[in-house]
Design a protein around this ligand. Sequence first.
Ligand code: ZN
Length: 461
Amino acid sequence: MSSNGVVDAVGEELTALLTRLGELADLPTDPVGDGAACIDRIALLERARGALAAAQHTAMVAFGRAQVEAQLDQIATGRLDPEKLGRGIGDQIALAAHVSPHVADRRLTVARALATDLPCTRALLVSGRISEYLAEQIVSLTSHLDPETRRLVDKQAAEAGLDELGRKAAVAAVKKLAYEADPVGFLQRGRTARKDRRVALRPAPDTMAVLSGLLPVEQGVACIAALRQHADSLIATGASGGRSRDQILADTLVERLTGQTRAEDVDVEVGIVLPLDALTDPDSPKTGELVGHGPLPGGIVVELLRRTGGKRWWRRLFAHPVHGGLVGGDPQRRLFDGFLATLITWRDRAWCREAFCGAPIRHLDHITGKRAGGPTSFGNGRGNCVRHNEDKELPGWHHEVLHDGLGDQPHTVQTTTPTGHTYTSRAGPVSSGLPPGSSPRPPRGPRTRRRPPRPRGPGVP
Ligand SMILES: [Zn+2]
C-alpha cells in the first residue's frame, strides 16, 4: 500500500520477490553435488542485479517526473520559487534508498540518460547482460555528446559486444567510440573537468585516514615527484631517522601542508568523554573522539596528547549514561563564544544530521524555526549540510524534534517529505564504551515509516 492508501501492485510484487530472495539466500547448497547448479545460480543472480537496477531507474524517472509536475503547480500558484524547480527530488530518493543525496543525484542522472538517450545500454542492463557499474560508465563517458550522437554511440557500443568484454576493456571500447564521435567535445570535457579539482579526507581502519586530491594530472605527478625526491635525498644522506620511504613520504606531506617541522606536532582537538578514566588508564574501554572522524580508543587519545608538540587542548564533554549521546559540556567552556554551536556540532559528530547524508556540517539551524517559536537551544538545533539546510524551505518538507536527547532517548529528529514518508535521525553515542583497538559500533540507523501525506491545495504547504 502506498502512502496515499492506493494499492501498488508492483510494490506488492517486489515485496514478495524480496521475501523469496531472502528464502533463496538460506537454501542449502547445490543438491546436484558437482557445483554446476550453483554456478548457474551465481550467473543468474548476477544478471538479476542489473535488472533490479533498471527497475529502480524506472521508478526514479517516474518519481522525478511526478515531482516536477507537482512543483510546476506550486510555481503557478506562487508557492515555489521557479529557480527551485527540481529541488528535493534527489533528496527524497536518497532518504528512500538510504544513500547520500550525492549518490542519489548520480543514480537519477544515470536513470534519466538511459531512459532518453541510451536505449541500447538500458536494454543490456534490463536483461542483466551488463552491470549497473558499466551502465554508469557509459552514461558518464558519453555525457558530452549531443542526444543524436549519443544515441549513435549507444548503438555502436551495444553492437561492439560489451557484454562479452571485461570491465576495463568495455570501458576502453566506449571511451574510444565517444572520442571518435566528437573529438573536440572530448578534449573540451577534459579541460572542464579541472574545475572539479578538490581535496577530501575519509576515515580508514585502525585510526588512520585517507587524504586524497583530485588534481590536474600534471600537478598530481609534480606533487608525488616532489615527495619522492625529498624522501630519496633523506635516505641517500642517511637522514631518514630509521623511517621507511613510504613513512617519509607521508610525514613530508603533512609537514609541507601544515608548515610544521614535525608531522606529529598537529594541533589536535580531542573530545574526552567523561568519566576521565580514559586519560589515566590506558586500558580503559572509554573512547574519545576527533571532531568528525569518529571514536578513538582511550589509549590512542592519551598517546596523541602525550606525543604532540602542537597546541594541546581538550574539551570535557558529558555523555548520557544510557544512550551515550552528548547532553552537555564543561560549563567553564562557556567562556568561549558559540559554545552552544560547538556542542551541537559535537553531538552531531560534525556530520549533517539528515538521515543517511554524512556530508560535513555547514549550517546550524533551528529544527522548529524561529518564526514558529522554536528556541535557540541544544535540543532544537541541528547541524546541516548546505543542501539539507535549503530543503527545509521547500514546500512539503517538515522537521520535528521527537527527543531532545536529555532524557532516556538520544536526540532524535523526524523529517517528513512531500510524499508523506517520514525518516528519523538519531544522534549517535559519543561514548561507545569500546575496548581499545576494536571497531566502532555502527550507529543505529534511521527508521522509516509512512504516514498519509498532508492534503495539497491552495494555501497548504
Ligand atoms: Zn545533508
